[in-house]
Design a protein around this ligand. Structure first.
Ligand SMILES: [Zn+2]
Length: 110
């Protein structure tokens, strides 16, 4: 949006982005324990062999998917004003002659 009034130009703008992302979170694959168990008569007594034979003592797995419901809002706004004022060395010509020049003459060594 832009508005012009005499020497002033005022602009403003607005940006809003909304985002939504469904994403599974956490581990969902099962974990197996191939450790030895004396209670199991077919246990190989060696973990790697148990894994190769598919002998495990425990399996754990999440009972359902945990799905994140990620949302975010990005909001930006700005207001800008232009006055068409001109400056030289940070001081306008009027202020230079009224303020800066007398001050420089006052502190200048005689
Ligand atoms: Zn000035």
């Amino acid at each position: 949006m832009t508005k012009v009034a005499s020497n002033h130009t005022i602009k403003s703008g607005f940006y809003w982005q909304r985002s939504h992302k469904q994403q599974q979170t956490g581990a969902w694959r099962p974990t197996y324990n191939f450790g030895n168990s004396t209670a199991n008569p077919i246990d190989s007594t060696f973990g790697y062999a148990n894994a190769a034979l598919g002998i495990f003592t425990q399996v754990s797995q999440a009972s359902h998917y945990v799905e994140g419901n990620w949302r975010y809002n990005q909001i930006e706004a700005y207001v800008q004003e232009n006055t068409k004022a001109t400056f030289s060395h940070g001081v306008c010509p009027d202020c230079y002659s009224k303020v800066v020049k007398p001050e420089l003459e006052r502190i200048r060594p005689q």
